[in-house]
Design a protein around this ligand. Structure first.
Ligand code: UGA
Length: 451
């Protein structure tokens, strides 16, 4: 192992690019690896090919300092690294609910035969339980005989929009080992390597948790399942509030004061989306089926169902607000990203709702501060506005679907003259009702019919 750790990070999306920059910031020599030459070129110039606050500065300073480089060459990576982190995607399989692990298999297939020096491969991607065990066998089968290489599983918990802080100061570091030391036994070599690479984070105060592979894989998917369940719980309450005239935002506030429940992830609205929560709960259910424990996770089907219902019921409410038909109505959609501070539109509830209204004949115009390019690539036929003002102009109904500060900070009285009909459906319950009404708007939230 080198005096100064030499690290590769394979896969340079939201997870990998951030991890590579954070490792360089921690003082290591880092080589980012990706099969996409355009990504590698951009990153090599110090440019981040997606929107993530704080990452461009971190990337640029480390590229300039010479601690961080990028390549498409696996031979160079194999020759360079003491540690190889894998941060490639594990999206939903195109035809099933299971995770598609082909990118992980491709990385092992490319890297393992080229390994010559002692090294540790560290999986960070979110995977179904049992994957690490299988990848370890694959690694040993494909690496040249006698190569000193082992596999660690080290799930990542970063949130888009907060990726830099979550990586430099993680709320926990989870390390899954093939053979963790028992109580009272000295740490294994793999554990020591992981303590060394994460020393700055441990020093900062991040808890360091060592466990077996299966537990580490399950920590990640169960954390995301819990978060998804919490959001669907409050959205289920929103459905009940709609039927009873209650207000889900006051309900969430009141139950959140119980510190066993807590106020976070209790924001009712159009539901969760993104590249993680929706596909992770589906992959978890699929894996439970393979393991013969589907019943244990049958509640996740309801979590997914409640979440999908949010999109359909928001479209239905919007239809009602424009008088029963979308045809001939101009609908301004504010927000396309799955959440603010991101340009990610994967499984975005906002974009899904916009597309459903467009398909139903509405004259939809979409605006987003950062996600316009990705939204337009996904739905090239919808109309996109260059500014909030342009989107609002002539609208019969405004849908606020992603709570960007650009929208929550609007002065309702200043923009009330722009739409044909100043009526807003607040899909994230993020606006001050009193202020919008005082500004001359008709306001409707979700799960608060009388607000
Ligand atoms: C999520 C997890 O929060 C991370 O811990 C995890 O590392 C990551 O997935 C991953 O697996 O890589 P992320 O997808 O960035 O992170 O987004 P979240 O902040 O969890 O938000 C997910 C969705 O839930 C968004 O659409 C958001 O608008 C929605 N949400 C969140 C609500 O509808 N209500 C809430 O109260 C909170």
């Amino acid at each position: 192992m080198s005096e100064r750790l030499r690290i590769t990070v394979i896969g340079t999306g939201y997870l990998g690019a951030t991890h590579a920059a954070a490792m360089a910031e921690s003082g290591y020599d880092v080589l980012g690896v990706d099969i996409d030459p355009r990504k590698v070129d951009a990153l090599s110039r110090g440019e981040v090919p997606f929107y993530e606050p704080g990452l461009p500065e971190l990337l640029e300073s480390n590229v300039t300092a010479g601690r961080l480089r990028f390549t498409t060459d696996f031979a160079e990576a194999a020759e360079f690294g003491d540690l190889h982190f894998i941060g490639v995607g594990t999206p939903q399989h195109p035809r099933t609910n299971a995770a598609d692990l082909s990118q992980i298999d491709a990385v092992i297939g490319s890297l393992a035969p080229l390994l010559r020096r002692p090294c540790t491969v560290i999986g960070k991607s979110t995977v179904p339980v049992g994957t690490a065990e299988r990848v370890r066998e694959q690694l040993h089968a494909l690496a040249p005989a006698g190569t000193d290489v082992d596999l660690v599983w080290n799930p990542e918990f970063l949130r888009e929009g907060f990726a830099v802080a979550d990586t430099l100061t993680p709320d926990r570091i989870v390390v899954g080992l093939a053979d963790p030391a028992g109580p009272g036994e000295p740490p294994t070599r793999d554990e020591e390597v992981m303590r060394r690479v994460y020393a700055p984070m441990i020093e900062w105060g991040s808890p360091f948790l060592v466990m077996d592979y299966a537990t580490s894989e399950l920590v990640k998917v169960s954390a995301n399942s819990f978060l998804a369940t919490k959001i669907s719980f409050i959205n289920a309450m929103a459905e009940v509030c709609e039927a009873t005239g209650a207000d889900v935002t006051r309900l969430a506030e009141a139950i959140g004061y119980d510190d066993r429940i807590g106020p976070k992830f209790l924001r009712a609205g159009i539901g969760f989306g993104g590249g993680c929560l929706p596909k992770d709960i589906r992959a978890f259910m699929a894996r439970a089926g393979e393991l013969g424990v589907s019943d244990a996770l049958s509640f996740l089907r309801d979590v997914d169902g409640i979440n999908n219902r949010r999109r359909a019921s928001t479209v239905a409410l919007a239809r009602e607000l424009v008088g029963g038909r979308f045809v001939g109505k101009r609908i301004a959609v504010l927000g396309a990203a799955f959440k603010p501070d991101s340009d990610d539109v994967r499984d975005s509830p906002a974009l899904d709702i916009a597309a459903a209204i467009y398909t139903a004949g509405g004259d939809v115009v979409v605006h987003d501060p950062q996600a316009m390019v990705n939204a337009e690539a996904a739905y090239p036929n919808m109309a996109y506005a260059g500014s909030v003002e342009e989107a609002l102009t002539g609208a019969d109904l405004v849908l606020l679907l992603t709570e960007w500060p650009e929208y929550t900070g609007l002065d309702p009285a200043m923009v009330v003259g722009l739409p044909s009909n100043p009526s807003i459906l607040d899909g994230r319950n993020c606006l001050d009702v009193g202020r919008w009404r005082a500004g001359g708007w008709t306001y409707r939230g979700l799960g608060r019919p009388n607000a």
